[in-house]
Ligand binder design. Structure first.
Ligand SMILES: C[S@@+](CC[C@H](N)C(=O)[O-])C[C@H]1O[C@@H](n2cnc3c(N)ncnc32)[C@H](O)[C@@H]1O
Length: 248
């Protein structure tokens, strides 16, 4: 699948992956409070569903980073409508190099994005940015069973070979110098939010008979992903993992 086709399919969607505003808020509320001078990064922010929840519920500004400018444009439009544009600063670039001073960040938030750079790679890169008390909140795909069905296993083996389970993430985080404060599996609703909007988007594209082979291939793959999810609900999912630096 070409990156361009993936971007085209997702560009103006509110959900670029499984996620849910209420869960984002619940996780945020479970963390130690931050003051209005805190530095918070939302890395791989996409069109900003979670960025807006953070901006609405934190006293400080949020720096939102993504590789793809059109996603950031959508984010800014949405933030304006939500009345929080003034609290969001965007940066178009690599989330592994967010142009931030060392040991300055209070909270790194990253929903559904670290798969693109690797969980451990992200943790190793972000460690130096965090203050000693700094925290990381990530949502990441995981196996929920030790014996996944073959069809799901084969699909994800190709799409995301590094996918592990919650224990695997915890062990990797520990190894990378973090304490695991909390994990929480996202409910099915989080997937429905994503796949329902995506399903409608696909219908709209097909109705308009857009001639684009790459986009058609991307749609085919996405429909396969949705089909596999529906057939094998509960065997894999997304988890939040909340981490704090181990201060030795
Ligand atoms: C599945 S989307 C999730 C977006 C958003 N957090 C959400 O949950 O709706 C992953 C996002 O990560 C971004 N991304 C992937 N690799 C990146 C990188 N190296 N640096 C910055 N953003 C990246 C993509 O452009 C995309 O917006």
């Amino acid at each position: 699948m070409s990156e361009e086709a993936i971007f085209k399919l997702h560009e103006d969607l509110s959900n670029l992956g499984p996620g849910d505003n209420q869960i984002t808020l619940d996780i945020l509320k479970s963390l130690p409070p931050l003051n209005n001078e805190a530095l918070v990064l939302d890395l791989g922010c996409g069109t900003g569903r979670q960025t807006i929840v953070l901006a609405q519920n934190l006293p400080c500004n949020i720096k939102a980073v993504d590789l793809y400018q059109p996603y950031l444009d959508t984010l800014i439009n949405r933030a304006e409508k939500a009345g929080v544009k003034h609290k969001i600063e965007i940066f178009c670039g690599d989330m592994l190099k967010p142009n931030i001073a060392k040991e300055s960040v209070d909270l790194i938030w990253s929903e559904g994005a670290v798969f693109a750079v690797g969980f451990v790679n992200a943790l190793e890169n972000w460690r130096k940015l965090l203050k000693p008390s700094g925290m990381i909140v990530i949502s990441e795909a995981v196996w929920l069973t030790d014996n996944p069905p073959l069809e799901a296993k084969e699909y994800w083996q190709e799409s995301y070979p590094a996918m592990t389970n919650v224990k695997g993430l915890e062990a990797a985080a520990n190894q990378a110098g973090y304490i695991v404060k909390q994990t929480r599996i996202l409910p099915q609703q989080a997937w429905e939010n994503y796949y329902q909007e995506m399903g409608n988007r696909i219908i709209e594209i097909q109705k308009n008979e857009i001639q684009d082979q790459e986009l058609e291939e991307c749609i085919k793959q996405t429909m396969k992903e949705i089909d596999i999810y529906q057939k094998h609900i509960g065997t894999y999912g997304y988890t939040f993992i909340i981490l704090q630096i181990k201060n030795i």
